[in-house]
Write a protein that binds this ligand. Structure first.
Ligand code: FAD
Length: 565
């Protein structure tokens, strides 16, 4: 059956059967609202049967029965309560869908406005014009309950690695919390796996799941983008013009990949030998290009910091070189690494091991060389290179393959908001991760201003710290625990071996294992096993479920200020 959407979090349907309930569950619905009284039709399942059927598929069922043309204000309030209890996505049904659409329109007229609910219903095939006077009255009711934005204990912006991990860590500590996650994407990505997709080790599907499948039970998923912040009123504006309120806000919408900053790059991607492991759909193209290349020039680029996973641009290069070495064509491939920065890697302890691979693969390092334009059909990349005297020179390089990594900046709606710090990212204290100006706002992950390596590994340590400190804020106390700046970058120097960089603020080495078991400064098979076999499972089944493996914060210690980076 095709369900009809009326708002970001509400759909309607005619009478549901068993197969339709299963379909609703597979599409990620959290609850079903039945608007038919029992016994209207002899073949219709009772509300009791629907409760059991919905539960069998992991969904809630609410019964708000009404008879056609006899919807009372009390019915509308009960519908409103049912909608609020579950947030989205919720599926309403009656005989034709008309009563569910009418109840929704009356319940939501204050939030969306009379014209908008009429338009949404008409687009779904329901003519509600006879309800106009009532809709207008509800839309214009001053300060009525339907007009007030809903308030959550904790509102989380972003359902990526950080947003989901924080929601789960919070619920593990206090299951009764009323939490919402604002997230427009229908899918959730394990981005650390894209390097492995580019090398043909993982399949693209290994790195992507339905968002509904990772959204923790009990969380309200608001399926749209956040558009702005009004921290003085504790409000977040959403893309559809509505708003939500919070007691505590957690901001985690990631970093913006600024593909358009390089003229010619976007139309060239995915064709003419131009690829990037920074996009899920392009990582398989990297794999195919590497497999097909038997000679010529391969360019790998790295933009200025900060970027997410600072090692990923060179990881793609080492794995490609290793594939060419195994195929005995490396001697015919001229490899260049154009790095906008001066150093191969930001933490000196790992550089010798990386340099050994640079030499082994015969890579030409081009420091302080920034990709500024791409001509896909002509297969020419243009760089701005800084010479020894500081002068900038424009250099064109032809290529057979170009692995491009885009510049990365704070998301626009963060950079232009009152939450932004100097660099446009969410201005948080590096230790407590609490906003430096607003006491009930936290920020973490790639969107945060903290000077750690922007990685999922950092998020694994940050999320529990934020969860503990959010609970302290809700209780009126000061943040209780501190983050030490831990981040990790598994540098895939060859298929089967990794240099496992693990470090905190100021480049302090923070190895998770004793050196006899896994020495991160040298290439090891143990680290490859960790990356290829253990970390994906730790991500999906540990971190995203609030299981804080080797990441639980030590409580009972004051949140000491972090050292400068
Ligand atoms: P994300 O996971 O990117 O999630 C941000 C979420 O916010 C998204 O779901 C997005 O849809 C949502 N969002 C965006 N705008 C809005 C809005 N307006 N309103 C609401 N929601 C919004 N890390 C490692 O630890 N190890 C690695 O080996 C590693 N390798 C990597 C390789 C590559 C190629 C890439 C791209 C990344 C790699 N990373 C690695 C980095 C890691 O994936 C990120 O650091 C991590 O995903 C950051 O989590 P996040 O939640 O801050 O951002």
């Amino acid at each position: 059956m095709s369900f009809k959407q009326l708002s970001p979090d509400f759909w309607v349907s005619p009478q549901l059967g068993k197969a339709d309930v299963a379909q609703a569950a597979s599409q990620g619905f959290r609850a079903i609202i039945g608007n038919r009284p029992d016994g209207e039709n002899t073949r219709q399942p009772s509300a009791e049967a629907m409760v059991a059927l919905a539960a069998q598929h992991g969904m809630a069922f609410e019964h708000v029965p009404v008879t056609p043309d006899a919807i009372t204000d009390a019915d509308v309030e009960r519908m409103e309560e049912a909608l609020c209890r579950h947030g989205g996505p919720v599926l309403g049904y009656c005989r034709t869908g008309m009563r569910s659409a009418s109840l929704w329109a009356l319940a939501r007229a204050g939030q969306y406005g009379q014209d908008n609910v009429l338009r949404a219903a008409a687009a779904a095939g329901f003519d509600l014009s006879r309800l106009k006077p009532r809709l207008m009255a509800r839309a214009e009711a001053p300060g009525g309950p339907a007009r007030a934005p809903r308030t959550f204990d904790v509102l989380i912006v972003g359902g990526g690695s950080a947003g989901i991990a924080v929601a789960s860590s919070l619920l593990r500590r206090r299951a009764s919390l009323d939490i919402a996650v604002v997230e427009p994407s229908p899918t959730h990505d394990y981005q650390p796996g894209w390097t492995m997709v580019g090398a043909g080790v993982f399949a693209p599907g290994d790195t992507r799941r339905e968002m509904a499948a990772v959204m923790p039970d009990g969380v309200t998923w608001i399926r749209q983008a956040a558009a702005g912040f009004a921290p003085d009123g504790n409000e977040v504006a959403l893309a559809d013009g509505t708003a939500l309120r919070y007691r505590v806000l957690v901001v985690a919408p990631g970093i913006k990949l600024d593909w358009d900053a390089i003229p010619g790059l976007v139309p060239a991607l995915g064709t003419n030998g131009v690829t990037s492991n920074y996009r899920h759909d392009l990582a398989p193209y990297t794999r195919d290009l590497v497999h097909g290349l038997k000679g010529g020039r391969a360019l790998f680029t790295q933009p200025a910091m900060p970027i997410k996973c600072a090692g990923a641009p060179q990881k793609a290069m080492y794995l490609s070189c290793d594939a060419w070495r195994r195929a005995r064509v490396l001697g015919q491939v001229e490899v260049e690494f154009h790095n906008a920065g001066a150093a191969l890697f930001g933490v000196a302890a790992y550089v010798p091991a990386l340099m050994a691979y640079v030499e082994r693969y015969g890579i030409h390092l081009r420091p302080q060389s920034r990709l500024v334009a791409v001509d896909g059909p002509a297969r020419v990349a243009t760089f701005e290179q800084q010479g020894a005297n500081g002068a900038i020179e424009r250099v064109e390089r032809g290529f057979s393959m170009l692995h491009a990594v885009p510049p990365q900046v704070a998301p626009d709606f963060i950079a232009s908001s009152p939450l932004a710090g100097a660099g446009g990212f969410v201005a948080v204290d590096p230790a407590t991760l609490r906003h430096v100006r607003f006491g009930n706002i936290y920020g973490l992950g790639d969107a945060g201003s903290t000077p750690n390596a922007k990685t999922a590994a950092a998020v694994r340590k940050q999320a529990p710290v934020v969860a503990v400190n959010v609970l302290a804020t809700l209780a009126g106390a000061e943040p209780a625990v501190a983050y030490d700046g831990y981040g990790s970058c598994p540098l895939t120097v060859e298929r089967g071996r990794i240099v496992l960089a693990e470090f905190g603020y100021g480049g302090k080495l923070l190895p998770s294992f004793p050196a006899w078991l896994l020495d991160g400064t040298t290439p090891t098979r143990a680290a490859w096993f960790l990356k290829a076999r253990l970390l994906p499972a730790i991500y999906w089944h540990g971190m995203l479920k609030g299981r804080e493996w080797m990441a639980a914060p030590r409580t009972g210690q004051p949140a000491a200020p972090a050292p400068a980076a």
